[in-house]
Ligand binder design. Structure first.
Ligand code: EPZ
Length: 417
């Protein structure tokens, strides 16, 4: 296993090109199962989760090849309909093959994802939606088996917005007979990107990005040529790095319009932003001012940026109250930040961070994707040396992060553990 060794304390300055969005690439890869033929996706990031999804697709009978951020998926022959435990347990997003497999083959057998570091992560809403579309669901030794002779359009209401739940139902509904209404749908840009990709394949979808999405089923779809949107969470993570180091970083090939809540919140810390088309220049102040936030479904402040904001607040002037409303256990980074000298107390799902003058480097352990990102944010601003072990968590969602940080002047190296 690899570790990252960082010597912090430098202002980071320079330009970073943002990679394609992990959470758009994964559902769009799954969506290619809906149409036989060869699909070409561009701006696909080289990430562990993308290769895991590629392995899963190959398991189902698809061809998968990723080179220079271009993925070719051949879904002519999809024979197998099972997503095995060993793949699903390493990546929850494997559940995204449920909808397309039921739509194409009339059956799917997917291991229940099991929990992960940040919470139980149930899929009851996914299954409720598939049942409404006419599927029968049975549980068999830790696997959920979904069968449907023919999916029929229906009205589906989600008790709470679910990103992959909305995506699974979208992918099932596009080949169902008749009209489907998804109410209280997730509004994330990645949901919109999936809908745009499905429309490019010939699907009839209206309202993606709003709370009500309307789908008119079609008989068949055609192979896809598509470019994935940039990763808004990678963008936000580098904004956090500019803020905490008092740096000056220009982020290229990104989508400022996907980050309104984050940019508005970070402006309150004293950070300056210059937006120009697909670029954002971010300038950090001498010292950040403390701000508070509550994580919400899009367009609210994203849960995937909660840990990175918390790291910034450890060095801010004043006290910050950060409330995590989406996942029940997304404070795994707190213990590690406290070992660097942070002053953080947790009460239920609410963390109170009192800014200190300095953090000191320490040997740390990554636990989940965004928690490990927050440790990097803290480490580049801490005095002395920090080592972060188990960075396979980080490699799931960040493409070549140490190279990008080195190009900004960070003293960071990857070592074999
Ligand atoms: C997606 O996860 C993202 N993953 C997550 O990003 C992100 O944190 C999350 O959305 C919230 O924005 C992908 O897109 C691959 P949810 P997802 O269903 O779809 C509950 C990262 O860091 N729920 O929107 O699994 C659930 O427990 C990852 O890239 C049910 O109760 O999240 C949670 O409390 C981490 N039943 C809330 O809803 C269900 O059937 C929102 O979860 C589904 C969800």
């Amino acid at each position: 296993m690899d570790k990252l060794v960082i010597r912090g304390g430098k202002r980071l300055v320079g330009t970073v090109t943002v990679s394609g969005a992990k959470n758009a690439a994964l559902p769009i890869m799954a969506a290619t199962l809906l149409a036989p033929g060869e699909h070409v996706l561009r701006n696909v990031p080289h990430l562990r989760d993308v290769s895991t999804m590629g392995r899963l697709m190959a398991n189902l009978g698809a061809g998968f090849h990723l080179e220079k951020n271009r993925a070719i998926l051949d879904c002519t022959e999809i024979k197998n309909y099972e997503a095995p435990y060993d793949l699903v347990s390493t990546m929850r997003a494997s559940v995204l093959v449920l909808g397309p497999l039921v739509a194409r083959l009339g059956k799917a057998k997917v291991s229940l994802p099991g929990g992960c570091a940040i919470g139980a992560r149930p899929i009851n809403l996914h299954l409720m939606g598939l049942e409404k579309l006419g599927a029968t669901i049975t549980l068999d030794a830790g696997y959920v088996v979904v069968r449907a002779r023919k999916l029929k359009g229906a009205s589906i209401y989600f008790d709470m917005p679910t990103v992959t739940g909305t995506e699974n139902i979208l992918m099932a509904a596009v080949l169902a007979e008749g009209k489907t209404l998804i109410e209280n749908a997730a509004r994330e840009p990645e949901v919109v990107d999936l809908a745009d990709a499905l429309i490019a394949m010939g699907a009839k979808i209206k309202g993606a990005g709003e709370s009500i999405i309307e789908v008119e089923g079609v008989k068949k779809l055609k192979p896809l040529r598509y470019r994935i949107i940039p990763d808004r969470i990678e963008t936000g993570t580098f904004m956090a790095i500019a803020g905490i180091t008092g740096g000056d970083i220009t982020l290229r090939n990104t989508r400022p319009d996907h980050l309104d809540a984050v940019i508005n919140k970070l402006k309150d810390t004293g950070m300056k932003f210059r937006l120009a088309g697909k670029s954002i220049r971010v300038i950090g102040p001498e010292r950040l001012k403390a701000v508070s936030t509550t994580t919400m479904p899009y367009p609210g402040f994203p849960t995937d940026m909660q840990a990175q904001l918390m790291s910034m607040m450890c060095l801010a002037e004043g006290a910050s109250v950060i409330s995590e409303k989406i996942f029940e256990n997304r404070f795994m980074h707190v213990a590690e930040l406290k070992r660097m000298g942070a002053d953080i107390t947790i009460e239920g799902g609410i963390a109170t961070v009192r800014g200190v003058r300095r953090l000191t480097g320490a040997p740390l352990m990554a636990t989940d994707l965004r928690a490990s990102a927050s440790l990097i944010v803290a480490a580049v601003a801490a005095e002395g040396e920090t080592s972060v072990k188990r960075i396979y968590h980080l490699d799931r969602g960040y493409e070549r992060i140490e190279e990008k940080l080195q190009s900004l002047g960070a003293d960071i190296i990857r070592e074999k553990e």
